[in-house]
Write a protein that binds this ligand. Structure first.
Ligand code: AMP
Length: 224
């Protein structure tokens, strides 16, 4: 059994979910003039929604909330505040997933109070209904048991963070040296997914670069 419930998402699934999301928006009769993507997770779904809904205006707002390896590290906040006049516009606010829902709440409140659109609706591919503080107007999957969606746009980042998590947990049990194969096998065991060699290699390279691992004769020593 994996230690962290994780789903490996492929590009085709993303396209399929966004097509369904667009169909739901259309069926509701809501016609957005502009899409606001929440950076960074909402970027790709928002761009696909522009295509499927024939919306040509797309802007973004970066909200910081989640940090490393499926852990919350900060109170959600707008990283680069700026002003826009959206009076009279209908806005579709897009993120990949509503987990706690905090990012979407912060973005919605910011847009409504500062950009003042005529109307704002929220769309996300996934809605973790058991924990999210709000329900999006449009979603494709209602998720009841918490799971980490390993989207294709965070694959290198997640793999690096997951490796780092494994290393830091196992060092407590005095494991301070790894072979590449041991690391990869433990990753698959902990997360129950296989992201492929190119991502494992990229993650190891990053951990070496940021000083977490040191390579010696084909083995990796953990640096504290
Ligand atoms: P939240 O503010 O908790 O709703 O989540 C903020 C952002 O963190 C989301 O838009 C995702 O980009 C990322 N995130 C949070 N939870 C998950 C999850 N379970 N799986 C994948 N990404 C997540």
């Amino acid at each position: 059994m994996p230690r962290v419930n994780t789903k490996l998402v492929c590009w085709e699934e993303v396209v399929d979910w966004c097509r369904k999301l667009a169909e739901a928006v259309e069926a509701s009769g809501f016609k957005p003039d502009l899409i606001v993507s929440i950076a960074r997770g909402g970027y790709i779904p928002a761009r696909l929604l522009c295509d499927f809904l024939d919306v040509h205006d797309l802007v973004s707002l970066q909200v910081l909330h989640w940090g490393k390896a499926a852990e919350i590290t900060a109170v959600a906040h707008v990283k680069y505040p700026y002003d826009l006049n959206l009076s009279g516009k209908r806005v579709l606010l897009v993120d990949d997933i509503l987990d706690t829902g905090d990012s979407v709440i912060v973005a919605r409140d910011y847009i409504l109070s500062r950009w003042k659109p005529a109307e704002l609706k929220i769309a996300a591919m996934q809605w973790i209904s058991s924990v999210a503080k709000i329900k999006p107007d449009f979603y494709v999957e209602e998720v009841k048991d918490w799971i980490w969606y390993q989207y294709p746009w965070t694959r290198a980042e997640d793999t690096t963070n997951f490796f780092e998590k494994i290393i830091s947990e196992r060092v407590k049990e005095q494991k301070s040296e790894w072979s590449y194969e041991e690391l990869v096998n433990e990753f698959k065991e902990w997360y129950g997914i296989d992201v492929g060699d190119s991502y494992y290699k990229l993650a190891v390279k990053r951990l070496k670069k940021n000083g977490k691992l040191e390579e010696k004769e084909g083995r990796y020593r953990v640096r504290y």
